[in-house]
Write a protein that binds this ligand. Structure first.
Ligand SMILES: *Cc1c(COP(=O)(O)O)cnc(C)c1O
Length: 341
């Protein structure tokens, strides 16, 4: 038995999810004739109180499409220095949209409305790139699964409105924030122009993301998706996993958060751990006293069939998820509490 805590993307579909997938009614989604994809898109649009939603193979493609919808080549996107769109999408913002990123030095992947104001280039100062879009990530992945303060997001929306900027949410893990902060999808729908969500993280689907937004932004989304190679055919098999997950795997995220907090409190008592970042959802980021111990520490856990991610410089990441059972949790805590390396 391998306990894989590198990411919440490692989950495999359960038998019930697979059964739902096998029963999906499908059609050619490039003709918009896949009834299951259409149903998933309608369900998510309604959930977020937006007119339109579009299914994507990956969250990266959904984010890249959103950036393209909001910008012209040469424009600038404001985001945190730890943002997924900047760090983990292969330079796609510049490759696909020809834009640069103005990075905010935020706190755990989050920033303030005041920092946004400072980052905006004056539109009549034609020497600098034209600021077009503000992007935030909730929960913030590299921020350690941190959840934004909704009041601060409202202030940023006001800044976007008065400066004619688009506002995009990378909501790959918005589900974790909704469950933890007892917020609703509609709260977020009201605030953002476009929202990407992942079905393949905490919700446990094998693949799939959805971009949700207002008509004005979304009318060109299907064309951009086609250009990026994301027009898929009988993809209702994947969409039905999404419908199954939204109906069955949303509320249970609270269990992942509880386990993450329990791991965090044990870690913070161990002598070889320097610090554990605040844990709000299912991601734990911690640092070893001696950063050179990182490979040794990972090896010691690997020998006990436990996998974590090394982030370099003695920083490590654990992510709890659907396939991390109570039994695995007890085993992991017992291994950690007596670990020698
Ligand atoms: C996983 C993730 C994405 C999308 O990743 P894909 O692997 O392309 O689906 C986007 N943003 C964040 C914050 C993520 O964690």
């Amino acid at each position: 038995m391998i306990i894989d805590l590198r990411s919440d993307t490692v989950t495999k579909p359960t038998q019930d999810m697979l059964d739902a997938m096998l029963q999906a009614k499908v059609g050619d989604d490039v003709y918009k004739e896949d009834p299951t994809v259409n149903a998933l898109e309608e369900q998510l649009a309604k959930m977020f109180g937006k007119p339109k939603a579009l299914f994507f193979p990956t969250g990266t493609m959904a984010n890249q499409t959103a950036i393209k919808l909001h910008t012209n080549p040469g424009d600038q996107v404001i985001c945190d220095k730890d943002a997924h769109i900047y760090n983990y999408e292969g330079g796609g913002a510049s490759f696909n949209s020809g834009v640069s990123c103005k990075l905010i030095d935020g706190n755990r992947g989050m920033f303030t409305a005041e920092q946004v104001v400072e980052a905006i280039n004056p539109p009549d100062f034609y020497h600098s790139p034209l600021t077009a879009l503000v992007e935030v990530e909730n929960t913030a992945n590299r921020g350690g699964g941190s959840c934004w303060d909704f009041e601060e997001l409202k202030k940023i929306r006001t800044v976007c409105d008065s400066n004619n900027l688009g506002f995009h949410l990378d909501g790959a893990r918005i589900w974790n924030a909704l469950v933890e902060k007892k917020e609703t999808a509609k709260d977020y729908g009201q605030l953002f122009d476009t929202i990407s969500v992942c079905l393949s993280k905490g919700l446990g689907c094998p693949s799939g993301s959805v971009l949700i937004g207002d008509e004005a932004f979304m009318q060109n989304a299907i064309r951009i998706r086609k250009i990026l190679g994301g027009g898929m055919r009988q993809v209702g098999y994947l969409a039905s996993a999404g419908i199954y997950a939204l109906d069955n795997n949303l509320d249970r995220l609270a269990e992942d958060h509880k386990k993450a907090k329990e791991i965090g409190s044990l870690l913070s008592e161990l002598p070889f751990i320097k610090n554990v970042s605040p844990i709000e959802t299912n991601i734990i980021i911690f640092e070893l006293q001696n950063k050179r111990d990182e490979p040794k520490f990972l090896k010691a856990l690997e020998d006990k069939n436990i996998r974590l991610s090394g982030m370099g410089q003695g920083k490590l990441r654990i992510v709890t998820h659907l396939d991390y059972t109570d039994q695995m949790h007890d085993y992991f805590l017992s291994v950690l509490s007596v670990l020698k390396f």
